[in-house]
Write a protein that binds this ligand. Structure first.
Ligand code: PXP
Length: 242
């Protein structure tokens, strides 16, 4: 694992299980503490407009209990900005959101939405929150992220993770490598996430300038079978192998 590469554990799916039955368990707040004990460098949650998993109360409790940086993924809406400014997560990652999707399906089009994003990013920065933009590994998106004043870009690894053919996989890895290089040259911190698992994480962990990976589904899925602390530790081990 490149020195300093950090793991953000996304605990949304713990809340997904709770919401499926309308119970009070399992608790994503407890999961966040266990992930921290196992070595997570950051806790990530996505407060969705439809509140399908993480609830407002979870965010409030996480803000009070999480010791490592808390990263809030959210859409760039007025409601979410109000919540972020009130709760003060360490980082906000702006993501695209549509109600129909199963999970976040593509990067945020920061080029197409530059005018709307500018005041959102300014408001978050003014509140002392680090701003990350979840974008596709595309030169125009990276350049606009820097122009808009983001601190970090989180590169969407979904297309790479879904590629089966070796050639396509290598091409998509190359897009990620080029975007990481460009982001670094523009003084942006580089993160990545979406679709990462215990195997494909190694190629991504090896990319130049990679500072942080945010991983949810693979870790929570393994945790169901082996426990969360072990699942987090095994992901850290997989990153170290890179
Ligand atoms: N990063 C961002 C911005 C995301 O929206 C998600 C999914 O919520 C993740 C990382 C984690 O993706 P996965 O659950 O596939 O690991």
């Amino acid at each position: 694992m490149p020195a300093g590469l950090q793991l953000g554990v996304n605990v949304d799916h713990v809340a997904t299980i709770r919401q499926a039955r309308g119970t009070r368990f399992p608790d994503p707040v407890l999961a966040a503490s266990l992930a921290e004990l196992a070595g997570a460098d950051q806790i990530t949650v996505h407060l969705r407009e439809d509140r399908r998993h993480i609830q407002d109360r979870d965010l409030e409790l996480l803000r009070q209990t999480v010791q490592v940086p808390l990263n809030l993924e959210m859409a760039a809406t007025a409601e979410m900005v109000r919540i972020a400014v009130r709760e003060r997560p360490d980082t906000v990652t702006l993501v695209p959101e549509s109600r129909e999707e199963r999970t976040t399906e593509g990067g945020l089009d920061v080029v197409g939405h530059a005018a709307a994003l500018r005041p959102v990013i300014a408001a978050l920065r003014d509140a002392g929150i680090v701003v990350s933009l979840f974008i596709d590994p595309d030169a125009a998106q990276v350049a606009m992220s820097a122009e808009l004043g983001a601190h970090t870009v989180e590169l969407h690894t979904g297309d790479y993770c879904e590629a089966r053919a070796a050639l396509l996989r290598e091409q998509r890895l190359e897009y990620l490598r080029a975007a990481a290089q460009q982001a670094h040259e523009l003084s942006l911190r580089v993160a990545a996430g979406h679709g990462l698992d215990y195997k494909n994480v190694q190629d991504i962990a090896r990319l130049p300038f990679m500072a942080e990976l945010n991983i949810g589904h693979a870790i929570v899925a393994r945790a169901v079978l082996v426990g969360l602390e072990r699942a987090v530790r095994e992901m850290i081990d997989a990153m170290r192998l890179a």
